[in-house]
Design a protein around this ligand. Structure first.
Ligand SMILES: C[S@@+](CC[C@H](N)C(=O)[O-])C[C@H]1O[C@@H](n2cnc3c(N)ncnc32)[C@H](O)[C@@H]1O
Length: 177
């Protein structure tokens, strides 16, 4: 069952089932730091979860088109619901996809990816696959973020890219967007 939540700082309302990532400090760090370059036409968010990041940006930029994906079908249904709940007029394409796998040719001005970024440890095996997709980025934690960077580069997409790394990944050393 979904719960209804309001995020007054961002003027976003969300319906959130427990199987979908509940916006947390990482989501807020991204919300507080992402700036769209002037004249952006298309923003793509990978792993939209509840949709909070794209919904917030769409409210600020009604002229921008959004493509929002998630590997979880339930997350994509939640994003659609939350798009309606926030009365957005922006075109929003919501797609259940694994990173860029379903896209042949795209040229978004901005790609956003708040990935699962925690390192796996002895307790991660007990997590469900949905929880792993939300939280675990690999052995070090940053593998999922780097994998998308490699795919963007292979696809020759020229874009502004926002992602996040965890301070728990010892090779990264500090959290940054
Ligand atoms: C840390 S949550 C972030 C959710 C939301 N963007 C936010 O900031 O609150 C990571 C999201 O990425 C999704 N995800 C994980 N692996 C993915 C993949 N390979 N392709 C697309 N989405 C993925 C998860 O289902 C989850 O919704």
């Amino acid at each position: 069952m979904a719960e209804y939540h309001v995020f007054p700082k961002y003027d976003v309302k969300l319906s959130l089932p427990k199987e979908v990532y509940f916006p947390s400090d990482d989501s807020f760090l991204m919300l507080d730091n992402i700036e769209l370059p002037p004249n952006s036409k298309i923003v793509m968010e990978i792993g939209g979860g509840s949709g909070i990041i794209s919904i917030y940006l769409a409210k600020k930029h009604p002229e921008v088109n959004f493509i929002v994906t998630d590997i979880s079908y339930q997350a994509t249904e939640t994003i659609l619901l939350n798009h309606r709940l926030n009365n957005l007029c922006n075109p929003f394409d919501i797609i259940c996809a694994n990173k860029l796998q379903s896209f042949y040719k795209i040229s978004p001005d901005v790609i956003i990816w708040n990935p699962p970024y925690l390192p796996s440890d002895a307790t991660s095996d007990a997590l469900s696959s949905i929880e792993k997709n939300m939280l675990i980025g690999g052995k070090k934690g940053s593998e999922e973020a780097y994998d998308l960077i490699a795919k963007i580069s292979e696809s020759n997409i020229s874009t502004v890219f926002y992602t996040i790394f965890s301070i728990e990944d010892k090779e990264i050393g500090r959290a940054h967007v």
